[in-house]
Design a protein around this ligand. Structure first.
Ligand SMILES: Nc1nc2c(c(=O)[nH]1)N[C@H]1C(S)=C(S)[C@@H](COP(=O)(O)OP(=O)(O)OC[C@H]3O[C@@H](n4cnc5c(N)ncnc54)[C@H](O)[C@@H]3O)O[C@H]1N2
Ligand code: MOO
Length: 396
């Protein structure tokens, strides 16, 4: 049996970053950049107006109400503009090129047009007012984004704006799920007394989907050693990570531990000093990782968030591996006996964290209502209302 921290340490040190691949920028959200990218052009690439109004020479405006002769127009997308001379104003729109010679743009709300003249009701007009400078966001040739950057929609937009179409990212792991248990019915099957509609496949597939891993191979095995080995072998062959659900405790029909050995994986640890999720097993075969998650749904999901997710993130090149953690006051007092650290399904409201009803490991309804997990180490087995506790935010 290892501690929570030992288990986490073993997992993130054993998980290795996957090789890189080239992807279309538009298909790269949620991936991690595997190369340093320099800006091929400056942004903005030319002086742009940030307002609809009039381009002028700021030095022409010597008093409130200075009149300038209106000459020409610059609209967005314009490529051929004449130089603006002193004494003139050019009609201009947001995003349009500021003509050479002009040193500022006055927004149209601060102007009046009378007889072909533009009167500027603003004084003084500072140089550069309402003009986006060349390279104000980034200069050509400088570092745009560095290897290791997680690509958010903002990152995609930034690189697309630089004209970049293909990038090098860390590959994401292929994941296989093995669902074990004789009592399990798949969605749509006919309910029979003694059976249950299994839900761990949907739960884990959904959690993986949220992490950008939409294609998951799912295998099923009855509570039988040979069936479990066979299903496991298939999944291990094609995937980087295999998650098994159920069959990892000490019952006569729990075969996953033996099957893991039979496929040649080395167990790194079995059992973590925690509740729920004690019988978690972590094994490795070369670079492939294997997690045997306990069948109880809440145990399985806690183990996914606390251990599997960091491994996935490490393999995809991310450096923020764990759920975001913060300290919050707990709404109600909570106490527990025993030697195991506890993870509680919880929700956050009014700057407090609330432990939810239904903390049993079979109870998944509380997870349906949770947006966080409270982590209470055994050293903190009695907390009073208002005490600070460690809270892990679920990904949303
Ligand atoms: N004598 C002992 N018994 C148990 C111990 C122990 O230390 N000594 N540990 C308990 C703990 S803690 C857990 S957690 C469970 C883990 O059991 P398994 O991983 O072997 O899981 P199963 O026995 O197959 O199933 C447990 C529970 O979960 C339900 N289940 C299984 N698969 C699914 C699924 N795909 N979808 C929904 N629900 C599922 C299953 O029907 C059982 O109710 O062991 C304790 N026992
Ligand atoms: O580890 Mo179990 O998950 O306490 O029910």
């Amino acid at each position: 049996m290892v501690t929570v921290n030992e288990a986490k340490h073993l997992i993130v040190t054993q998980a290795a970053i996957l090789p890189t691949e080239t992807r279309k920028l538009g298909d790269s959200v949620g991936y991690v950049l595997a190369e340093n990218l320099n800006a091929p052009l400056s942004l903005p690439a030319f002086r742009q107006s940030s307002m609809d109004g009039y381009a002028i020479l700021h030095s022409d405006i010597t008093a409130l109400g200075t009149g300038l002769k209106l000459k020409g127009e610059s609209k967005a997308g314009q490529t051929d503009l004449e130089i603006l001379d002193s004494g003139l104003a050019m009609r201009i729109f947001t995003g349009a090129p500021v003509p050479d010679g002009a040193t500022a743009v006055v927004m149209q709300e601060h102007t009046r047009i009378e007889n072909g003249m533009v009167f500027i009701d603003e004084f003084p007009v500072p140089e550069g007012k309402n003009v986006r400078r060349i390279g104000q966001q980034i200069m050509a040739g400088t570092v745009a984004l560095t290897a290791g950057t997680y690509l958010s929609p903002g990152g995609i937009a930034f690189l697309q704006g630089l004209g970049i179409t293909d990038i090098q990212v860390c590959r994401k792991p292929k994941i296989g799920l093995l669902i074990t248990g004789d009592e399990l019915l798949k969605p749509g099957e006919v309910m029979v007394p003694g059976k249950i509609f299994e839900s761990n496949s949907g739960m884990l597939a959904a959690a993986l989907k949220q992490e950008g891993l939409g294609e998951v191979e799912i295998g099923y095995a009855a509570d039988d050693l040979h069936a479990t080995i066979e299903a496991l072998e298939k999944l291990v062959e094609k995937n980087d990570i295999v998650l098994a659900s159920g069959g990892i405790s000490v019952g006569d029909y729990d075969f996953v531990g033996d099957a893991v050995k039979a496929v040649g994986a080395d167990t790194v640890f079995y059992k973590v000093r925690q509740k729920p999720g004690k019988p978690l097993l972590f094994a490795k075969k070369h670079e492939k990782l294997f997690f045997a998650l306990p069948g109880n749904p809440a145990s399985s999901l806690v183990c996914y968030y606390e251990y599997v997710l960091p491994a996935i993130r490490k393999m995809t090149g991310r450096t923020d591996l764990f759920l975001k953690a913060l300290q919050l006051p707990i709404k109600y007092g909570y106490a527990f006996d025993g030697e195991r650290d506890e993870f509680l399904k919880a929700s956050i409201a009014d700057d407090h964290v609330i432990p939810l009803d239904g903390q049993e490991s079979f109870s998944i309804r509380s997870f349906a209502l949770a947006d966080a997990i409270i982590y209470l180490p055994v050293t903190q087995n009695k907390v009073a209302a208002g005490d600070l506790v460690e809270v892990h935010l679920l990904p949303f």
